[in-house]
Design a protein around this ligand. Structure first.
Ligand SMILES: Nc1ncnc2c1ncn2[C@@H]1O[C@H](COP(=O)(O)OP(=O)(O)OP(=O)(O)O)[C@@H](O)[C@H]1O
Length: 582
């Protein structure tokens, strides 16, 4: 019986061994074949979120609603118009933009789709070191796998995505920004601002537009002349005078995207700046806002110098960009591909002359407080006139104007049909008073051209030029945006309030400075006092030491004297003794 059993045991062991070997060999063969197959028949493309191509592909996936069948999302409140194209209950309307929540596909969840008959797979990968994943702004990559050997499918997909993206973004201005990751990974889109909406001294807009256009098309001319193809624009002046608005409007007009960065950003250093500028794509505007922020102001320099003298180390308040680093980067912004450099500052005198020299900043435009022309134009922009004059006889015109002047500001019911806003809720009268819809108009009445001209002139005559920024006046007009007459009547009071506010702020600043000065003085006095005290203490100590020394000396002398006397006495005694013995 035993050998039989042993035999069958051996037999089944051999069988197991044999089948195991076959299985493992099969598995390895399958793996090998699959690797061969995927290596040869699969294309993989990686889109990095810091690169503009990510935007094209992202936009394509969104438009095609590729993520719509995803089963796992992160839900975030929607803060931008960016969407992942995932249907959500929160965006229950047909218009996705109206949703208040955005469903973002989770990381590492492959999504299958078909492009030109080819199966494709896209996966969103987690950015390195990301603790949370709230959407595109977190960075990361999109990994696209195409199950084909045909490279042209990938080429077609990318060019299709890019064309679609450009078409879609055309009506809007794309502004890229930097994030904590130190690369271009934040994108916002804005409504394009027409150049006409800018209120600048005559000819400035046209000059800038023509200059930029001329630059963009004269690449060959620059090459022939042996001049670097680069152009820098510096817009400087008080805040709220329209520097940023000009750049946005120009970018829209020139069809360029903006890459905006701040030199004061945390962690920005020369290498980071150089990397950022180097990765700016062709046909774009590089915008360095508040370029002065990279360097310490005069007060800051004084503070640092004083602190250094006292041996105090101040906390770093400025960026780690050096002037030479910035100059190198600006010098490097040469490109055959049409990149314009714009910089803005409120404090041009803080800038080093090396930065301002031609070749770095070729066009410098000073933005000032509003001139009379700007005030008139701003008023007219707020209260546009009727498009067409009523076919009234010109002799009737002046009478109508004077009537308008005497007429109190129109109420909603007296406004012309084309001028009043439409109530978004026609059933509002039936609503309970608590939730009653505001029926005040949102557009001003359309007055005849002559009336608007006259009101604008009167408005401008009341507002002194070079005293207010366009932003300030705009702020005021916004409070009376439907009431042109009130705008004129109330402007003097508003100016008084602004003056009072400025006076208050000036006083507060003065007091603050005085307080700081006093504190500094007090500190200095205390320091001097302490120094004096130290000196006196030292003198006292020296004196005490001297006295001590003297005392010790005297005591020593005395002891020596006594010792000597004792020795002499002993000697004498000895001599006497000897004598006696003799
Ligand atoms: N010249 C102008 N024409 C039209 N709008 C203007 C002008 N100046 C300011 N504004 C308006 O004021 C606001 C602030 O303007 P903007 O940001 O362009 O000023 P800025 O000079 O760039 O200020 P800052 O130096 O603080 O960045 C915007 O709403 C803009 O529409």
């Amino acid at each position: 019986m035993e050998p039989v059993l042993a035999n069958s045991y051996l037999q089944s062991s051999l069988n197991f061994f044999f089948f195991g070997t076959v299985l493992e060999t099969g598995r390895r063969l399958w793996q090998f074949l699959m690797d061969k197959f995927t290596g040869g028949f699969v294309l993989t493309a990686i889109f990095d979120s810091a690169d503009p191509a990510y935007e094209w592909f992202f936009s394509y996936l969104n438009d095609e609603k590729i993520w719509s069948s995803t089963r796992e999302f992160r839900v975030t409140a929607r803060t931008t118009s960016r969407t992942w194209g995932v249907n959500s209950a929160a965006s229950n309307s047909n218009n996705d933009d109206e949703g208040y929540a955005e469903y973002t596909p989770s990381y590492d969840q492959p999504q299958l789709f078909k492009y030109q008959g080819t199966y494709c797979q896209v996966t969103r990968t987690k950015p390195e070191g990301a603790a949370h994943g709230l959407g595109h702004e977190d960075g990361g990559q999109l990994v696209l796998t195409l199950y084909t050997r045909n490279r042209s499918v990938l080429d077609n997909l990318i060019s299709h995505a890019r064309a679609q993206y450009l078409k879609k973004s055309k009506p809007r201005l794309v502004v890229h920004g930097t994030d904590h990751c130190g690369s271009w990974c934040q994108v916002t889109t804005k409504a394009r601002r027409p150049l006409d909406s800018l209120i600048l001294p005559t000819g400035v807009k046209e000059m800038m537009l023509n200059d930029a256009r001329d630059f963009l098309r004269s690449e060959q001319w620059y090459a022939d002349a042996g001049i670097q193809h680069k152009r820098g624009y510096l817009l400087y002046g008080p805040p709220g005078t329209g520097k940023s608005s000009t750049i946005h409007a120009l970018a829209g007009e020139l069809d360029l995207e903006i890459y905006a960065l701040s030199l004061a950003a945390n962690g920005m250093d020369d290498a980071g700046l150089s990397r950022l500028i180097g990765s700016t794509p062709a046909h774009s505007i590089i915008l360095i806002e508040d370029i002065d922020c990279a360097f310490p102001s005069r007060e800051e320099k004084k503070r640092q110098k004083e602190a250094k003298e006292k041996g105090i180390v101040l906390a770093e308040t400025q960026s780690r960009i050096t002037l030479s680093g910035l100059l190198n980067v600006i010098d490097g912004v040469s490109s055959e591909e049409g990149r314009l450099l714009f910089a803005t500052t409120n404090y041009v005198n803080r800038l080093d002359p090396a930065l301002l020299r031609a070749g770095r900043m070729d066009v410098k435009i000073h933005y000032k407080m509003s001139t009379q022309d700007q005030i008139v134009n701003l008023f007219k922009r707020f209260y546009p006139a009727q498009k067409e004059e009523a076919p009234a006889a010109s002799d009737k015109k002046s009478r109508r104007i004077s009537e308008l002047e005497l007429t109190p500001p129109p109420t909603p019911s007296t406004l012309p049909a084309d001028s009043t806003s439409t109530d978004p809720n026609p059933t509002s009268d039936t609503a309970s008073p608590k939730f009653a819809v505001d029926t005040t108009p949102i557009y001003p009445p359309r007055l005849p051209q002559a009336a608007v001209d006259q009101l604008a002139e009167r408005f401008a005559s009341l507002v002194p030029q070079n005293k207010f920024t366009v932003a300030e006046l705009q702020g005021y007009l916004l409070t009376v945006k439907t009431r042109p007459y009130e705008a004129v009547d109330g402007v003097v009071k508003w100016m008084e309030e602004v003056e009072e506010e400025r006076e208050r702020m000036r006083k507060e600043k003065e007091e603050e400075e005085k307080r700081e000065e006093e504190e500094e003085k007090k500190e200095k006095e205390e320091q001097e006092k302490a120094e004096k005290k130290d000196k006196v203490d030292e003198e006292k100590k020296d004196k005490v030491d001297e006295e001590k020394k003297e005392k010790v000396g005297e005591e020593k002398e005395k002891v020596d004297e006594e010792k000597k006397e004792k020795v002499d006495e002993e000697k004498k005694e000895k001599v006497d003794e000897e004598k006696k013995e003799d």
